[in-house]
Design a protein around this ligand. Structure first.
Ligand code: AKG
Ligand code: FE2
Length: 297
């Protein structure tokens, strides 16, 4: 959670109000975005989805829009563009500042890493989620367990709880401090930090009788950046490199094209250290691992 973040409460409220208007538009007004695919810059989804990750029915309306390096926004409601653009700028600045603090915490040269990830052209996406109460089975969920593919996600909700995070094998309900925003670490941060920061597995439940709304602003590296562990962090780690490099765009496409269980998308880049040598004994050395690592998927 982050407090004293400088994102005005009035702006957060305006974002929620504009989203409410968007979700209540007639379906025809959203048809173009409902028909959009995962690669399109604006996508709207609505209704019931079955999730085999949690063996549960998910009930969620959402709007996803790319906000950086280019900004996209549905044409209606009329004030959505101005409000979400302002929100994307404020939260991007905040998230980039937090990234600098994270690099510092790892004793890294933040300028060098920001350049390697080309954070000036960072990818940013905004997601509005709407979870109406559901009268049917109590198995209904909002969004099933997953990790976010970027570096950092910032999230706030409309005062209705439902976000859960997995911690030490247990699901914990996240309760915000007054005025705070949630920060969720993502897959690219786990890769860059060679596992020093773990991507947080989270989900949203539908609890009680009130509609829950959340709004997400996520940043990742530039889509064309090759994301790999910072060498200093790999040298100093007992296992060496935990992940191989991958272009962020390819990672994201992989994560979105397959049915990913929790944070299994990371397995595509995870170095397998227990590789059998020609003598048939496991060899844990970094050299062996990086010369012949294998990956699943
Ligand atoms: O609504 C929430 O609290 C979670 C949303 C979320 O995890 C997402 O949009 O990626
Ligand atoms: Fe998420």
């Amino acid at each position: 959670m982050v407090v004293n973040h400088g994102v005005p409460e009035a702006l957060q409220e305006a974002v929620m109000e504009a989203c409410k208007e968007l979700y209540s538009l007639p379906r025809e007004e959203m048809a173009e975005y409902i028909a959009a695919g995962p690669k399109d810059p604006i996508r709207i989804g609505t209704g019931l989805f079955y999730s085999d990750v949690d063996d549960a029915v998910c009930r969620r309306d959402y709007v996803k829009m790319i906000a950086h390096p280019e900004f996209y926004c549905p044409a209606k409601p009329a004030n959505l563009r101005e409000i979400t653009m302002e929100y994307s700028i404020r939260t991007r600045e905040l998230l980039l500042e937090l990234m600098q603090a994270i690099f510092k915490s790892l004793e890294l040269d933040s300028g060098r890493i920001s350049e390697a990830l080309n954070l000036e052209s960072c990818f940013q996406i905004l997601v509005g989620n709407n979870y109406p109460p559901y009268a049917g089975s109590n198995q209904v969920m909002g969004i099933s367990a997953h990790s976010d593919h970027g570096l950092l996600t910032l999230l706030f909700q409309n005062g209705v709880d439902g976000l859960e995070v997995k911690h030490n094998g247990q699901w914990l309900l996240a309760k915000p401090l007054p005025g705070s925003l949630f920060i969720i670490t993502g897959d690219q941060l786990e890769i860059v930090s060679n596992g020093r920061y773990k991507a947080v597995v989270h989900r949203a439940l539908v609890l009680g009788e009130q509609t829950r709304m959340s709004f997400v602003s996520m940043i990742g590296p530039c889509l064309d950046a090759i994301v790999e562990p910072v060498p200093e962090l790999a040298w100093s780690a007992p296992q060496g490199m935990e992940f191989r490099g991958i272009k962020y765009r390819d990672y994201m496409e992989h994560q979105q094209s397959s049915r990913i269980n929790k944070k299994a998308a990371l397995d595509i880049v995870r170095v397998q250290h227990n590789i059998l040598t020609s003598q048939g004994s496991p060899n844990n050395s970094t050299e062996a691992a990086s010369a012949g690592y294998s990956h699943t998927n």
